[in-house]
Write a protein that binds this ligand. Structure first.
Ligand SMILES: Cc1ncc(COP(=O)(O)O)c(C=O)c1O
Length: 197
């Protein structure tokens, strides 16, 4: 028995979304080895375009991770956080809470800025928090799916930078429809995914 869908499905949720026919055709192309020179060119092309999409500054690094949004987040957290790293996590809903738990699992000493669900984080609140809680990393969600709240990540990332912290922005939900949070002054590390446009 095949587990592949036998009828077309129309996906109208916040993600995954419908895949463009051009992408479907590309996925039916012959398999390329991960060691094939063509694969290197392909990955370089994807990385270059990702940087442009994010409005990233010259010299920025864009990486394509083959996996879900969670795997992208975990890639960033695992590389920026270690045992005892002081980290502030802005929690404006379910995914902010999950991000705080992820940082804790990687050993960070997490302090949370808990914001009433349904409201965005005010940059002044973060500034006051960081003055009292020195942090090497500030993590936040751009568009908090569980509440529909859009956090002002540019301003929050600026505040984090002024306090000497690197910023992680979970842009899983919104990259294609909101101005890029990674443009000049924003998130130092900004994972997003392709299936939620
Ligand atoms: C804001 C946000 N972060 C992370 C995730 C997790 O992404 P994924 O389901 O691709 O692992 C989601 C999923 O909806 C999300 O909305």
């Amino acid at each position: 028995m095949s587990l592949l869908p036998e009828t077309d499905r129309i996906l109208l949720g916040p993600g995954p979304s419908l895949t463009a026919p051009r992408v479907m055709r590309a996925m039916a192309a012959p398999t390329v080895s991960h060691l094939d020179p063509l694969m290197m060119r392909l990955l370089d092309d994807v990385r270059e375009r990702l940087g442009r999409l994010f409005g990233a500054a010259d010299g920025s690094l864009a990486l394509a991770v083959s996996g879900t949004g969670t795997s992208g987040m975990e890639t960033v957290v695992a590389n920026l956080v270690r045992e005892g790293t002081p980290a502030t996590v802005v929690v404006t809903g379910y995914f902010g809470d999950r991000l705080a738990q992820m940082c804790e699992r990687y050993g960070a000493t997490v302090t949370r800025v808990d914001v009433e669900w349904g409201r965005a984080c005010d940059p002044d609140t973060l500034a006051r928090h960081l003055s009292a809680n020195k942090s090497d990393v500030v993590a936040m969600v751009h568009a908090e799916t569980s509440t529909g709240v859009l956090n002002p990540v540019r301003e929050l990332a600026r505040v984090a930078g002024e306090h000497g912290a690197l910023t992680i922005v979970d842009a899983r939900q919104l990259e294609m429809i909101a101005p890029s949070p990674a443009a000049p002054t924003a998130g130092d590390w900004t994972p997003t995914v392709s299936e939620a446009r």
